[in-house]
Ligand binder design. Sequence first.
Ligand code: KDG
Ligand code: MG
Length: 396
Amino acid sequence: MNITDVQVFVTCPGRNYVLVKIITDQPGLYGWGDATLNGRELAVASALRDHIAPLLIGRDAGRIEDTWQFLFRGTYWRGGPVLMTALAGIDLALWDIKGKQAGLPVYALLGGPTRAGALAYRHCDGRDAAEIADNIRAAQAAGYTVFRAQVDVPGTAHFADATWLDRTTYPQPFETTPYLRAMPRLFEALRRDLGDAPEILHDVHERLTPIQAARLAADLEPYRPFFLEDPVRPEQATSLHLVRQHSTTPLAMGELFHHRWDCLPLITQQLIDFIRVDIAHIGGISEARKIAAIAEAYHVQMAFHGPPDVAPITHAANVHVDMAIANFGVQESSVFPPQVAEVFTGIPTLAEGLLRVSAAPGLGIEVDEAALARYPYQPGEYLPTLRRADGSVQDW
Ligand code: KDG
Ligand code: MG
């Protein structure tokens, strides 16, 4: 079963996505992968079209691990976000093919289901505690039990654009002092309003120094957050030692990591409780299951990144791995723009707070190529840059 073609599509059904279709010499046997890197889509598309696709023609599509090693080590340049996202696109498409060839869903190839579905969390961002509480109540009515709370910071912030509420809300400009005071007040207000039942987490988005992160983790402790995500920057992640020393608030990190070696220090030193790698940015399912196995040995749970800026194929891959591993923690869920449903079928479904994939062979996602052609790439979809009051750059 040899690869005869690797096609790359860049489409924008409300968000820019880079999709990979690998075609084999078996009639009708092909696979879809996602290689979306938010704001750098064309760099990945070029890596795939110009450098990777020509290397794959004629290779055995069934040799997933060998292809992974070939692209990661065999081509010398390993590592960064562009190449690891390109590799993920190939890896996901090959797992899709493997499942279709076997007539089995990918979770069955990974060892079979260990649970009924993947416990999902929902973004419930808002301008203030009251709006977040309302959003949590609405999500509770839809069956969710775990929620992400992001809020404006009194005195410094305003929401210029309400459409950002569905993504992540950020104060502009951003100063850490009011932020560090606002977050414990937010959690206190949410607990007063909603009680103990909702599991509530917060994403710091790498904006704090280690000692500030330690302060926040300690101040949030009475309100029992589900986890505190990305409290410090990834460049010196072992500074989480300082945060650990000062609190028992569970910590999560990993969406900016590229492979298992980025994760190793945090896992083996037990500096985090949840690892949040993005399957689309760490080279796909092959790498994800290795990270899960390492994490399992250290009692770290998996919480794969699941933002709307990766395509539904990655969301399906998340749930296939979540279903099969023992150390699943929680799955971030996203609401896609409505046009996404015109392009993709088989997107994971949510019921009673659990994300599920069907038992269809492969990843279970089909892509309508006529529909994606109606939504050409939109240049300039970059992440906003957060700045401090003095105009200097802050982590977003
Ligand atoms: O492209 C960046 C987003 O994926 C990121 O900002 C989302 O932090 C995020 C999250 O936890 O979903
Ligand atoms: Mg995050």
